[in-house]
Design a protein around this ligand. Structure first.
Ligand SMILES: *Cc1c(COP(=O)(O)O)cnc(C)c1O
Length: 359
């Protein structure tokens, strides 16, 4: 099977093997070594020396954890959105009583940093800025480096900056420290070649300061408790131990390859896919300038159902892709190339698409 959905993604063989181990006690010294090792490796990919906490949850749980630890009900929140995941981040803040000001861009486009800057300057009382790094629903990688530059200029009035990096980190550069991101969230089942079940939350010093003032209730998501336990190599509650073993194995591979090589490999695979799709005469959904290195959305020609093509690819070719989300459901196919993906996986998808569309 060629699993090309944007999560869960295929495991590395090493991760699969690690899943065969028996579990260990999460209050035992062996667990301490496991958590410390994984955390160190995650810091390398988050490009930070601050805390990176591992929470047992899907990515959305990680996003909610980030929000509730720094939000007080009634706080003004600026939410940048250009797709399903941008809207989800805004909805999480709204569910916890934030006064959300959504700054939306057309789906398929990258954010316009001048518009973001205007929104920031026009709302100096905004407490949080929510952004999506890679919008998985449209296949767009937003230029957060440009947002980072705007935030530096704002200095004292800058809000805390939360980044949904669930489908980018581990495959794309996101220098958390250099860009001044305050909370950065990713999840094990995306570029990390590990099973679903773990979310990672990078936390800046500014974010820790804000937490003592934030009044949203939290218990399972309390990151201060997570930090306190992590200092002793533990988690407050029972972690997904098996998923951690698998993650450790994949991180070991990823460290050997190194971030620059990983980033280059993802870019090359994405380009190979986009070139192949163009050769097949298919239109790409996302603005080429902001095309994602981890997931590509391709338009299905007029009169053809994306849902039907998806079924045909699975049935006849063993290729599993995703349809669109929300209003794009029946109009685009999304093909993931994050984590474990080879050139031949990409070529297989292209051959399958060619044959499906011919039929
Ligand atoms: C996958 C994803 C999430 C989280 O989804 P879960 O199903 O909760 O793991 C959040 N944001 C983005 C951009 C994603 O791609």
């Amino acid at each position: 099977m060629n699993l090309r959905i944007p999560g869960p993604t295929p495991l590395s063989p090493q991760a699969r093997e690690a899943l065969g181990q028996d579990v260990i006690g999460h209050r035992e010294p062996e667990f301490e070594a496991l958590l410390h090792g994984v955390t160190q490796d995650l810091r390398y990919f988050f490009q930070t020396t601050s805390d990176v906490l591992v929470v047992t949850a899907s990515g959305t749980g990680g996003l909610e954890a980030a929000v509730v630890n720094v939000l007080s009900p009634g706080d003004k929140v600026l939410a940048i959105s250009a797709g399903v995941f941008g809207e989800r981040f805004a909805a999480i803040a709204g569910a916890h009583g934030a006064s959300v000001l959504q700054v939306s861009f057309p789906w398929g486009q990258g954010l316009d940093v001048r518009v973001v800057e205007q929104a920031l300057r026009g709302n100096p009382d905004a407490r949080l800025l929510l952004t999506t790094h890679n919008e998985t629903s449209t296949g767009v990688l937003h230029d957060l480096g440009a947002v980072a530059e705007v935030l530096v200029d704002l200095d004292a009035t800058r809000p805390l900056w939360l980044v949904d990096a669930v489908s980018s980190l581990g495959a794309v550069e996101l220098p958390m420290h250099e860009w001044g991101c305050d909370l950065v969230i990713s999840a094990s089942q995306k570029a990390w070649m590990a099973p679903p079940g773990l979310a990672f939350v990078g936390v800046s010093a500014r974010a820790w300061d804000a937490m003592s003032q934030a009044r949203c209730p939290r218990f399972y998501w309390d990151l201060s408790a997570a930090r306190e336990y992590a200092s002793r190599g533990q988690t407050p509650f029972t972690p997904a131990v098996s998923a951690l073993f698998a993650l450790q194995a994949s991180l070991c591979l990823m460290r050997q390859e190194g971030l620059p090589a990983i980033v280059a490999r993802h870019r090359a695979l994405a380009e190979r896919l986009r070139n192949g799709l163009r050769t097949l005469g298919l239109a790409l959904f996302a603005d080429e300038q902001h095309a994602s290195p981890t997931v590509t959305a391709v338009c299905v020609p007029e009169g053809i159902s994306a849902i039907e093509v998806k079924s045909k690819l699975a049935r006849d070719h063993n290729v599993i892709v995703a349809t669109g989300q929300g209003p794009l459901k029946d109009h685009v196919l999304r093909i993931a190339h994050m984590g474990r993906c080879s050139r031949s996986d990409i070529d297989h998808v292209l051959r399958a698409l060619d044959s499906a569309f011919r039929a």
